[in-house]
Design a protein around this ligand. Structure first.
Ligand SMILES: [Zn+2]
Length: 239
């Protein structure tokens, strides 16, 4: 069993709304042992209680503004005003700076999503929040809530693809990876025709990308989707 003390550390944060300084936990991801990576990149670790996604969101204990490192670094006057009106004026001090379990992490994501929607953060930033929230529900085997948030995540990722803002939310995101991910999220929603469309777009990169791992995944999931689609159609005929 990994020592919690060595994997967890305190990070000092400055609130992007009220400028208060507060402390929040982070995980040294190198300290964890990966067990499994799902087809939409959700990673399970041997030390699941230390999954870094539990600590992605910073929640200011003073004003309630919740944000990630990917949020725009400065709030414009109109954003400050809306945060003041809809978040800070209603906030009762609560500290998210100690060890988080899944239910608290879920609350932190919901706060960050509310703040991201109010301040109109880039689509890729919102997509990342919705997808991670869906993963937290997956970790609790709550399929209904998982799919509910995957459905919103995929819409935001599509917008992010259209507006080419995908690097804003995730430095490691590329066009081919994004197309693959949109396809995979549609497959999970059983929107097979859209899944096939996006896997096809990803596969069109096959001769001009170094991301052969993603191309392989797109090919495998494209095939799986075609089978699932066929199955669903024959079920409908029988039904
Ligand atoms: Zn604050």
């Amino acid at each position: 069993m990994i020592d919690k003390v060595t994997a967890l550390y305190d990070k000092s944060c400055v609130c992007r709304h009220c400028q208060a300084t507060f402390s929040t936990k982070r995980i040294r991801s190198g300290a964890l042992t990966m067990i499994h990576r799902d087809s939409d990149f959700y990673t399970t670790f041997k030390e699941q209680s230390l999954n870094p996604i539990l600590y992605t969101v910073n929640v200011c204990p003073v004003c309630g503004f919740a944000f990630t490192d990917q949020f725009t670094s400065k709030l414009a006057p109109w954003q400050k005003q809306i945060v003041e009106e809809h978040i800070s004026s209603k906030w009762k001090t609560k500290n998210f700076g100690s060890i988080r379990k899944v239910p608290e992490a879920i609350v932190s994501y919901k706060l960050a999503i509310y703040a991201a929607e109010l301040t109109n953060q880039p689509h890729s930033v919102k997509a990342g929040l919705y997808l991670r929230l869906a993963w937290l529900y997956r970790s609790q085997a709550n399929l209904a809530q998982e799919l509910r948030f995957i459905a919103i995540a995929v819409e935001e990722y599509e917008e992010s693809y259209i507006h080419s803002d995908y690097r804003r939310g995730d430095k490691e995101m590329t066009e081919v990876k994004l197309l693959y991910l949109i396809g995979e999220l549609y497959r999970r929603l059983q929107k097979f025709d859209l899944a096939i469309k996006y896997f096809g777009k990803a596969l069109s990169f096959r001769n001009h990308t170094i991301e052969s791992g993603i191309i392989r995944m797109a090919h495998d999931q494209w095939q799986l989707t075609r089978e699932e689609f066929k199955e669903k159609k024959s079920e409908q005929k029988i039904g």
